[in-house]
Design a binder for this molecule. Structure first.
Ligand code: 13P
Length: 253
């Protein structure tokens, strides 16, 4: 099965030169790799550099790290789904925990973004995950249920099969403390169950689920093989071309 490997560059690299170098190294490195789709999510300002380049390579797609829910208008600082689509973007990360925590994004905002992205025929990657505190209080499952249910409000069956979920426990992001594969598998089954309650069985069968949080070449394969996820959402390791390519090669089996 084809894995989806998503590189979330976050607010990196600091210069266009660094961004182009990273992109070109990854592009060259995946030339002969099969069975994998790589999505690069750079900061918005770097998207135009890569727009033409990805047209020639089927295995790489462009993603955005965020989006606004309106098409246009007086919304200072925001970027609309249509603007992203025009730049060749195919995937959009929504509800990343850094945006929920640092930028105070609410479930209501995430719901609006999800619906706008689906309406524009882009593919949303909806991030969900519990914090360290919620995990300690054994509230993880309840948190996932609430985040997903609120994000999905008003999303009809015919659009739901385009959604990709990323399970990213907040305590595992950037900490080196990756989640155990068996725990990821447990969450995957829960996410499928939530979808099954809302939509027809067909939708939950087609649902793609990624894992993110301190993914490295050492643990990457375990999330595909043991946790049976459909791919990975990678932060830190996606900024090191050698590590990222190692992961891509590893999962392309
Ligand atoms: P790290 O891979 O750096 O833990 O980040 C994960 C992440 O937040 C991807 O969206």
């Amino acid at each position: 099965m084809k894995s989806l490997i998503v590189a979330n560059w976050k607010c990196n690299p600091e210069t266009p030169k660094g961004a182009k170098l990273l992109f070109n190294t990854v592009k060259r490195g995946i030339k002969n790799i099969k069975n994998v789709e790589v999505v690069i999510c750079p900061p918005f300002v770097y998207l135009p550099f890569f727009q033409k380049k990805i047209k020639k390579i089927e295995k790489i797609k462009l993603g955005a790290q965020d989006v606004f829910w309106k098409e246009k208008g007086a919304f200072t600082g925001e970027i609309s789904p249509l603007m992203l689509k025009d730049l060749g973007v195919k995937y959009v990360i929504i509800g990343h925990s850094e945006r929920r925590q640092i930028l105070k994004e609410t479930d209501e905002m995430i719901n609006k973004k999800l619906r706008a992205v689906l309406f524009t025929k882009l593919r949303p990657i909806l991030c969900v995950g519990e914090t360290e505190m919620e995990k300690r209080k054994e509230q993880g499952l309840r948190v996932l249920n609430s985040q997903i249910s609120r994000a999905l409000e008003g999303v009809p069956e015919k659009e739901a099969d385009k959604i990709i979920l990323a399970y990213e426990p907040v305590w595992a992001i950037g900490t080196g403390a990756a989640c155990e594969p068996n725990s990821v598998l447990e969450k995957k089954l829960l996410l499928q169950r939530i979808f099954r309650k809302r939509y027809s069985p067909n939708i939950s069968k087609k649902l793609k689920i990624l894992y993110g949080g301190s993914v490295t070449p050492e643990n990457a394969l375990s999330y595909i093989k043991e946790a049976k996820t459909n791919g990975l959402l990678i932060g830190g390791s996606s900024l090191k071309a050698k590590e990222f390519l190692e992961i891509v090669k590893m999962v392309s089996i």
